[in-house]
Design a protein. Structure first.
Length: 158
């Protein structure tokens, strides 16, 4: 059992959102679905919560009504080893009405914020050579989807 898990509050799309997320991430599954009974803000027998895993990380989704909305103050960082993985997740998570923002950030069609980040970015930005790390940061700030080749060119001073 995971000690700390993100808890996502949806109006009434928890099951739909979980199905969307588990279709995108390969190592993912739905663990449990609970339904409202006689008492609760949701109609009887409608989905109340969905416990699920994405890449081994446990989450909980709730159909809690329209009281709260997602903001960019909380986002999920997805570390990617290849440009192909960045491209795939960038397109899939933003499809169907999502919003592609900047610096690897996007919002999916449910309003959840994601950061699709190649692992090499962290390595380059933490380089002790400040000129290299600053060039990489400057290049990244000009990108929506992060492009590894652009980062590498900036890193090498090209």
């Amino acid at each position: 059992m995971q000690k700390i898990s993100p808890f996502l509050w949806f109006d009434d799309q928890a099951e739909e959102a979980v199905n969307f997320y588990t279709s995108i991430f390969k190592n993912s599954k739905i663990l449990n679905v609970t339904r409202y009974g006689e008492v609760g803000p949701g109609p009887k027998d409608s989905v109340m919560t969905v416990a699920f895993q994405l890449e081994g990380q446990e989450f909980m989704a709730l159909n809690g009504g329209p009281h709260f909305k997602f903001t960019e103050a909380i986002s999920f960082v997805v570390k990617c080893k290849t440009q192909e993985e960045v491209d795939d997740l960038w397109e899939k998570l933003s499809e169907g009405g999502g919003e592609k923002i900047q610096c690897g950030w996007l919002k999916d069609k449910y309003g959840v914020s994601w950061q699709i980040v190649p692992t090499i970015l962290g390595e380059m930005i933490s380089d002790p050579n400040r000129a290299k790390s600053q060039r990489v940061m400057e290049a990244m700030l000009k990108m929506k989807k992060i492009e590894i080749e652009g980062l590498k060119r900036a890193y090498s001073g090209q």
